[in-house]
Design a protein around this ligand. Structure first.
Ligand SMILES: Nc1ncnc2c1ncn2[C@@H]1O[C@H](COP(=O)(O)OP(=O)(O)OP(=O)(O)O)[C@@H](O)[C@H]1O
Ligand SMILES: [Mg+2]
Length: 209
């Protein structure tokens, strides 16, 4: 089988990290090699950029370029080689997050994101993107309980409403790539739903060669 690229998206606190471990175990139990990674990050240079991005204030142009710089390094050193050797790559966020946060949240023009996307990714797109969709109040409440907040998480609720709306627009523009989960449901239900989904999609992917 050629590699399979799975990305997880959603606002902060939606539940991505809660499910990534199960997804990995499922894929491994089906006999696949899995690379689990995250954005921004996934390589030493990209993780250094992540630390800067989550902490330092900067212009949104710089923020978007650094996101794509981190992504370029991540693709060339981790994602593309793993996919080329037939592995499953599971990434906690990818380019949809740039459209949602910089595009939706900060009003950075989507056309410019698309130019960077084409340049950095060329033909690379996720085979499947799971969007953890949850009302803002639920996500906020979960986050407040969990840990210290980063520069994005400290944004106000209007910002997150725009991020969520931008994610919905991404789904409408490419419905075949996305699977939207109602992330206000209990974790165990979501785990079951995602196991069924991923099993089916991997079988289809293998059948397509
Ligand atoms: N379905 C659920 N029901 C109840 N609580 C949940 C559910 N999913 C996640 N949580 C809780 O919400 C909090 C945030 O979840 P998680 O860290 O998985 O979100 P995330 O999408 O990875 O957020 P971030 O983008 O900030 O990394 C955690 O405390 C987690 O246990
Ligand atoms: Mg997380």
């Amino acid at each position: 089988m050629k590699g399979f690229f799975l990305t997880l998206e959603g606002v902060d606190g939606a539940g991505k990290s809660s499910h990534i471990g199960h997804l990995r175990e499922l894929c491994e139990s089906l006999g696949h090699e899995v690379v689990m990674t995250r954005e921004p990050g996934g390589t030493p240079i990209s993780e250094a950029l992540r630390a800067m991005l989550l902490k330092e204030s900067m212009h949104m142009e710089t923020e978007t370029l650094l996101m794509f710089a981190a992504r370029q390094e991540h693709i060339l050193s981790v994602i593309a080689p793993a996919l080329a050797s037939g592995k499953i790559v599971i990434s906690d966020r990818f380019t949809d997050a740039t459209y949602a946060y910089q595009g939706g949240g900060r009003h950075f023009p989507a056309e410019r994101i698309q130019i960077l996307e084409n340049w950095v990714q060329q033909q690379l797109q996720p085979d499947l993107t799971i969007l953890f969709d949850v009302p803002l109040e639920v996500a906020r409440e979960r986050l407040e309980k969990s840990r210290e907040q980063d520069r994005f998480e400290r944004e106000g609720s209007a910002f997150f409403e725009r991020v969520r709306a931008a994610y919905h627009a991404r789904v409408s523009a490419d419905p075949g790539r996305f699977y939207t989960v109602d992330s206000s449901r209990p974790k165990a239900d979501i785990t079951q739903q995602l196991q069924d989904l991923v099993k089916t999609r991997l079988a289809q992917h293998a059948a397509q060669g």
